[in-house]
Design a protein around this ligand. Structure first.
Ligand code: ATP
Length: 265
């Protein structure tokens, strides 16, 4: 059985009279990649902040493995373009590391060639690799990535998720991904949690390796991808609150038409 790294049970958080999280359960084990999906404003970042202890929930409990080391990649890192910040410096800003350690981390993310570059000149994909190297220097048990491939093209996204899977395999760490783009995130995912303030559903995505349309759209790496779709036993009102529903339906934000996958409600 995999070692439990982090677990939230019955997590609830209300702000200004609105339930941002409602009775959310989530757990992540060592070597497991869990993706939290959901539309804008669904509470994904809030859930991660609660899990990491940055925010206290109004209800529920969070349990972390004692001494849990977390490597966090924020959704955005604002770097002033006029600031003369190099990649080596950025990587070691919050964690001391030798030159050899930095090089090793950059090699691991395929970014050694970026070592002497200015941060302001990096592309979105290069920046993510550098931030990943920075997170790896902490020797994390758990990597948490918030929308890691925003602004990265689809080939770049596929490569990045492949890299995450390689890192998981090599290091045995757990990984939590936040995404609202279901199409590209599934390559590396063991389990999906669909969040709309509450957990709509959760389950294992099935790989859709043979879909020619999908391969055509996303290139050879798409063979690794699955598209996740699911059936709900409830709908939502305008505020995202669950409503009883007597027919299957999809969320516009989560469904792709070409394949389906099983989930548990
Ligand atoms: N301190 C707060 N007070 C009031 N509302 C808040 C607070 N923090 C978050 N919210 C609201 O809670 C909702 C969930 O925010 P959150 O950033 O967790 O969503 P998300 O699923 O990560 O969204 P996105 O995909 O856009 O990043 C949003 O509507 C946000 O405006």
């Amino acid at each position: 059985m995999t070692q439990l790294l982090i677990e939230g049970r019955g997590l609830s958080l209300t702000r200004q009279g609105t339930a941002i999280l409602s009775n959310v359960d989530i757990h992540v084990g060592a070597g497991e990649i869990v993706t939290i999906v959901g539309p804008n404003g669904a509470g994904k970042t809030t859930l991660v902040r609660v899990l990491l202890g940055v925010l206290a929930p109004d209800g529920g409990t969070v349990t972390r493995k004692p001494g849990l080391q977390v490597g966090y990649l924020p959704q955005k890192l604002h770097v002033d373009p006029v600031l003369p910040l190099g990649v080596r410096r950025l990587v070691t800003l919050t964690k001391r590391a030798s030159r050899a350690e930095v090089d090793a981390a950059l090699v691991e993310v395929g970014g050694l060639h970026l070592a002497e570059k200015a941060v302001s000149g990096l592309s979105g994909g290069e920046m993510q690799r550098v931030l990943l190297a920075r997170a790896l220097l902490r020797r994390p048990d758990l990597l948490v990535l918030d929308e890691p491939t925003q602004g990265v093209d689809q080939t770049g996204q596929a490569e990045f998720y492949e890299l995450l899977r390689t890192i998981r395999d090599r290091r045995g760490c757990g990984i939590v991904l936040i995404s609202h783009d279901l199409h590209v995130v599934m390559a590396a995912t063991d389990r999906v949690i669909c969040l709309q303030h509450h957990v709509c559903c959760a389950g294992a995505p099935r790989t859709v390796a043979g879909d020619p349309e999908y391969r055509r759209l996303f290139g050879p790496a798409a063979a690794e991808f699955a598209i996740y779709s699911h059936r709900h036993d409830h709908g939502h009102d305008l505020h995202g609150n669950p409503l009883p529903c007597d027919h299957d339906h999809g969320h516009a934000h989560t469904h792709a038409p070409t394949a389906s996958d099983e989930v548990r409600p």
